[in-house]
Design a protein around this ligand. Structure first.
Ligand SMILES: Nc1ncnc2c1ncn2[C@@H]1O[C@H](COP(=O)(O)OP(=O)(O)OP(=O)(O)O)[C@@H](O)[C@H]1O
Length: 309
């Protein structure tokens, strides 16, 4: 089988303890893959190491063990091949909305003419509903608008991989919903490969092709990979009419509430191989040849297949 576009192998993060005391192993034995054009969300309780993993993928942090291979090359530092959007919007306050986006586009495409850079940047700002605010400065924008500029800037750079660290965490529910819709549209239009951290189960189901579930830290690892088996064209306003939405949602909530803490013992008991975290499709039958295990406490309807990481 071909290697995935992004391959994470045996990642671990350890912090030494003070003066010979035991250190902290935040996570270890983390393996997963992301295919080109896939949208992958990662969910897990606070402190399990999601941001650390995202920073390692971005090349902004170093793992204690393991490697990240993207498009056949090891990730060893930051690069324009990987765009990152954090919760805070990090815009240059003295530049307009348009100039903020153009700044990134110019670094990515230094040979482009001024006109090309402006047209490209405008296109992405229009995709996030900011066509009317091209010449406003960040101080004149609401928090949601600023975050949209950050998203437009990240997509406009057309990185090989986009990394989003809870980009909507600081927004009110209404604004968050609107921007989720815009993100959904822009992802469908661009087929951008995305890795995103979220604490919001509904947001993950709306946006993701796959959801990586992490067990609690310390010694966190990947417990499962949940396939979001809803049609790719989803809508926030109609998704909840589909019974499959609730099967996936219940599975995720059950993991977070009941299973994430006990996973380490369960995984040991089931003999799960961390190189191949179970792939589950809540509510759907898997091809019988692929069924390998049903971890304890899992809803009976959920079938588990072997990951191709
Ligand atoms: N320099 C450090 N020294 C010791 N421990 C650290 C250091 N930096 C981070 N940690 C620990 O690493 C763990 C993982 O942090 P990380 O921010 O990656 O978790 P997270 O899953 O993203 O959490 P959250 O959901 O709250 O953002 C935390 O327990 C944190 O306390």
């Amino acid at each position: 089988m071909n290697a995935p576009f992004l391959k994470v192998e045996g990642l671990a993060k350890r912090f030494p303890g003070p003066r010979g005391k035991d250190g902290l192993t935040v996570f270890e034995n983390v393996h997963f893959g992301i295919e080109k054009g896939e949208f992958v969300c990662i969910i897990g309780h606070s402190g399990c190491g999601k941001t650390t993993i995202l920073n390692v993928l971005a090349g902004l942090d170093e793992a204690s063990d393991g490697v990240v291979i993207m498009d056949g090359k090891e990730v060893r530092g930051p690069s324009l091949d990987r765009g990152v959007v954090f919760q805070g919007h990090a815009l240059l306050p003295w530049l307009s909305t348009l100039k903020n986006v153009e700044f990134g586009v110019r670094s990515r495409y230094p040979d482009w003419t001024r006109h090309q850079i402006e047209a490209h940047s405008t296109k992405y700002l229009e995709m996030v509903g900011l066509g009317h605010a091209l010449h406003k400065k960040p101080a004149e924008l609401s928090g949601g608008m600023k975050q949209r500029v950050g998203i437009a800037r990240a997509f406009a750079i057309e990185p090989k991989m986009l990394l989003l660290d809870e980009p909507f965490g600081a927004l009110d529910a209404l604004t968050r919903g609107t921007i989720q819709d815009e993100l959904l549209k822009i992802v469908l239009a661009t087929a951008q490969t995305v890795f995103m951290i979220t604490h919001d189960v509904d947001e993950a189901i709306l946006l993701a092709d796959k959801i990586v579930l992490m067990s609690n830290g310390p010694l966190a690892r990947i417990a499962e990979i949940v396939e979001v088996t809803l049609p790719r064209e989803r809508s926030r306003t109609t998704m909840h009419h589909d019974p499959q939405f609730y099967r996936i949602r219940n599975h995720l909530v059950d993991f977070l509430v009941n299973r994430s803490k006990a996973f380490a013992e369960e995984a040991g008991a089931e003999g799960c191989d961390p190189r191949h975290p179970p792939v589950v499709r809540p509510g759907l039958a898997a091809p019988s040849a692929e069924i390998v295990a049903l971890p304890a406490g899992q809803p009976a309807q959920t079938h588990v297949t072997k990951a191709s990481a």
